[in-house]
Design a protein around this ligand. Structure first.
Ligand code: NAP
Length: 459
C-alpha cells in the first residue's frame, strides 16, 4: 500500500519532514518547491507507514486503497511527476532541518499584525526560539483569516488546518489580541516603539474590480467577498440580498483561477443553488490559471454517485499536451450535460467588455459583442495589492512583512510557511546583530501594550 496526496494539499511540506524514507517531493530546497501545485508521494518508495498522514494539517493524504473514484487522477499526477523527476538518489532519513539558535539571550518581543495563515505561521517560526515572545494583533473577533473565511466551505479537509492554527495560538509564548485593529486602536509606531520587531501579515486587502463599465452595479461581487459571506464573515452579512437572485438562475464568474472554481462550486452548490454558472477566461484554455488538483475536484462534481451531481462542461477545444490535465480537459470538452441538472460551463477566449444593467447587473457583454444574461456577476480576477519594498521580508530592521502582503496574492495556505521562514530568518539576523542605529530598542514593559489597548478598544 502507498499513500497519495489529494487535492486539498496545502503545500506546507509538514509531510515531507515527517517521511522517514524521503519519498515526498518536491521537498524544501528542491527545484519547484513553493511553486509546485502540490507535493507528490513516490508510490515506488513509500513504505506505507502513515507518518505523513499524521503530519498533514489538511487531511489531504489517503492510502491508495481508499481513494474515491474521483480522486484516481491524483495517482496519475504523482506518476507523471516522478516520470519527469525520478529522484533516484534519496537519502533514507527524515529531512529534519537543524534548528537555528539565537546568539543573544533575549528576551525579545515581537508583534505580529494579522492572525491569518501568514501571521500564525510566522508566530510559530518565532516561537521555536525560547527567547522570543509573540503578541498577535487581529482586527476581527476571531483568528485564522483566510483559512476561516476564504477557504471554500466544501473543502472540508482543508478547513482542518484550523486545528494546526489553534495549536499555534495555544503556545505559552503567544498572546492573541482579537478585535484590535492596527491603525485604528493602536498605531504602527506605537507597536514599533514597544516591540523588538513588528511583522505585518495583513494579506491583500480586497477583490480587484473588473475595471469595465458597470462593474460597480449591485449584483456584481468579488469572489473573496462571496466566499467570506458563505463562511459567515461578520462584515459580509448584507451580501445575502445581492446573492439571492442567483438562486435557480444563472451566474457569471469572470476569471479562470482557483478562486473562480471555488466561486463556481459555491454558486452551484446548496447555499446558493444557481442553475448554471458560466466561468469566463479571457485567454485560451491552455492559459487557464486554475491548478490541476482543483480541476480534478471540479470535474468530480459530475460523479453520479454524489447526492447532487453537477455537470461540468468545457466549451473549448482541448488544451494541447497529453498529461493528466490535458486528458481531463479533453474529457470535459466531450461531456454532454444531463437536462435539468445544474451545470458549470467553462468558456475561454471570452474577455468581458462591460457589465450590463441599469440599477442592477443583468449580464455581461463580451469584447466580441455577444451578450450573456446573468442574475449575478462575480469577479475572480485576483486581489488588489500594493507591493511593499523588502529584502527577504525585511522592510527595514525592526519592521518585516510576510504572506500575501509580502509576495502578492498567490500560493496555497502552506506556502505561507516557507514564506514566514524566510521573513523570520531575516528578523533573527537582526536580533542577533543587536540594537544599533537601525534596530530600535523597545520602550517599556509588555504590560504597557495591554494598558494601551484597554483604554482604546473596549472589545
Ligand atoms: P489567479 O490564480 O492569479 O487567477 C486570476 C485569474 O483572473 C486568471 O485567470 C486571470 O487571467 C484572470 N484575470 C486577471 N485580470 C483579469 C481581467 N482584468 N479580466 C479578466 N480576467 C482577468 O488568482 P486567484 O484565482 O485569485 O488565486 C489566488 C491564489 O490563491 C492562487 O495562487 C491560487 O492558486 C490560490 N488559491 C488556491 C486554492 C486551492 O488550492 N484550493 C483556492 C483558492 C485560491 P490571465 O491569466 O489572463 O491573467
Amino acid at each position: 500500500m502507498a499513500y497519495v496526496v489529494t487535492q486539498s494539499c496545502c503545500s506546507d511540506a509538514s509531510c515531507v519532514v515527517a517521511c522517514p524514507v524521503n519519498c515526498i517531493h518536491p521537498a524544501p530546497g528542491e527545484p519547484g518547491f513553493a511553486e509546485a501545485e502540490m507535493v507528490f508521494i513516490d508510490a515506488g518508495t513509500c513504505v506505507g507507514c502513515g507518518a505523513c498522514v499524521t503530519a498533514c494539517p489538511v487531511g489531504a493524504i489517503v492510502p491508495d486503497t481508499r481513494l474515491r473514484e474521483d480522486q484516481r487522477p491524483f495517482v496519475d499526477l504523482a506518476a507523471e511527476y516522478y516520470d519527469v523527476f525520478p529522484h533516484r538518489d534519496r537519502t533514507p532519513v527524515a529531512l529534519v532541518p537543524r534548528q537555528r539558535r539565537l546568539r543573544r539571550p533575549g528576551p525579545f518581543r515581537v508583534a505580529v499584525v494579522g492572525a491569518g495563515p501568514a501571521g500564525l505561521y510566522a508566530a510559530d517560526e518565532l516561537l521555536r526560539h525560547p527567547e522570543v515572545e509573540v503578541e498577535v494583533f487581529e482586527r476581527l473577533d476571531v483568528p485564522h483569516g483566510l483559512a476561516r473565511f476564504g477557504v471554500a466551505a466544501d473543502h472540508v479537509e482543508t478547513r482542518r488546518v484550523a486545528r494546526l492554527f489553534d495549536q499555534i495560538t495555544a503556545q505559552p509564548g503567544l498572546r492573541l489580541h482579537l478585535g484590535v485593529e492596527v491603525g485604528r486602536d493602536v498605531t504602527h509606531e506605537e507597536l514599533e516603539t514597544r516591540f523588538d520587531a513588528v511583522v505585518h501579515a495583513t494579506g491583500a486587502p480586497a477583490d480587484r474590480r473588473l475595471g469595465v463599465p458597470g462593474d460597480q452595479l449591485p449584483g456584481v461581487l468579488g469572489a473573496t467577498a462571496l466566499a467570506e459571506w458563505s463562511n459567515a464573515h461578520p462584515a459580509r452579512r448584507d451580501l445575502a440580498l445581492q446573492v439571492a437572485p442567483a438562486a435557480g438562475g444563472r451566474a457569471v464568474v469572470v476569471g479562470a483561477g482557483n478562486v473562480a472554481l471555488d466561486a463556481a462550486r459555491l454558486l452551484v452548490g446548496p447555499l446558493v443553488g444557481a442553475r448554471e454558472v458560466l466561468v469566463l477566461g479571457r485567454r485560451g484554455v491552455d492559459a487557464a490559471a486554475f491548478t490541476t488538483p482543483e480541476l480534478v475536484g471540479l470535474a468530480g462534481l459530475a460523479d453520479a454517485s454524489r447526492p447532487d451531481p453537477v455537470d461540468v462542461v468545457l466549451e473549448a477545444g482541448p488544451a494541447p499536451g497529453d498529461g493528466v490535465r490535458a486528458r481531463l480537459l479533453a474529457e470535459l470538452a466531450t461531456r454532454t450535460p444531463v437536462p435539468g441538472r445544474p451545470r458549470v460551463v467553462l468558456r475561454f477566449d471570452a474577455p468581458v467588455a462591460e457589465v450590463t444593467g441599469d440599477d442592477r447587473a443583468c449580464g455581461v457583454r463580451l469584447v466580441d459583442g455577444s451578450l450573456l444574461e446573468a442574475d449575478l456577476v462575480v469577479g475572480a480576477i485576483g486581489q488588489d495589492w500594493a507591493p511593499v519594498v523588502h529584502d527577504r521580508g525585511r522592510v527595514r530592521p525592526g519592521v518585516y512583512v510576510t504572506g500575501w502582503a509580502k509576495r502578492g496574492p498567490s500560493g496555497f495556505l502552506g506556502t505561507n510557511k516557507s514564506c514566514a521562514q524566510k521573513t523570520v530568518a531575516a528578523l533573527l539576523d537582526d536580533l542577533d546583530a543587536g540594537p544599533g542605529p537601525a534596530l530600535p530598542v523597545p520602550a517599556g514593559p509588555p504590560r504597557r501594550v495591554r494598558a494601551l489597548l484597554t483604554g482604546r478598544s473596549p472589545r
